[in-house]
Design a protein around this ligand. Structure first.
Ligand code: UDP
Ligand code: MG
Length: 139
């Protein structure tokens, strides 16, 4: 049976710092299969839509500016228990609180510029994957 799926982005800070390869290696070593992947850049409008759930939070504008500041890598990943296991692999939102060895502990620089996104539920993983990928872009 196919495993279930999560959605991730390598954020502009990690792309700029040259960490795409290292982060993809962690994803591979974590046992995730890449279903879809693209190198792209969010417009401010698209970043605003993607993070609309955070509209009322004080960091929303900063988040939208940051996420549209440069290219990202977006991907759908497959593994049993994908959402929960990927959140474990990336670590806490604030890198200062992230477990040693997690992607955020290794590559994030602050609570805002924290290297990677990981969906927080199966439902949001599906919504976020649909936001970035057509059915024909999934393998
Ligand atoms: N964020 C921020 N300041 C905060 C909390 C979050 O800039 O105090 C940013 C950060 O980039 C984070 C994103 O907003 O990854 C979404 O926040 P969420 O609470 O959903 O964290 P995540 O699910 O990414 O761990
Ligand atoms: Mg979140």
């Amino acid at each position: 049976m196919a495993g279930n799926r999560t959605f991730t982005m390598i954020k502009p800070d990690a792309v700029k710092a040259g960490h795409i390869g290292n982060i993809l290696q962690k994803i591979n070593e974590g046992g995730f299969r890449i279903v879809a992947m693209k190198y792209t850049r969010l417009t401010p409008e698209a970043a605003g839509q993607f993070y609309a759930v955070h509209k009322e939070r004080p960091f929303y504008q900063e988040l939208v500016d940051f996420m549209s500041s440069g290219p990202i890598v977006a991907a759908i990943l497959e593994k049993d228990n994908a959402v929960e296991d990927f959140r474990k692999l990336i670590g806490a939102t604030n890198p200062a609180e992230a477990e040693p060895g997690t992607i955020r502990a290794l590559y994030a620089t602050s609570i805002g510029e924290n290297a990677v996104h990981g969906a927080d539920s199966d439902e949001n993983a599906a919504i976020e994957g649909d936001f970035h990928f057509a059915k024909t872009e999934r393998f």
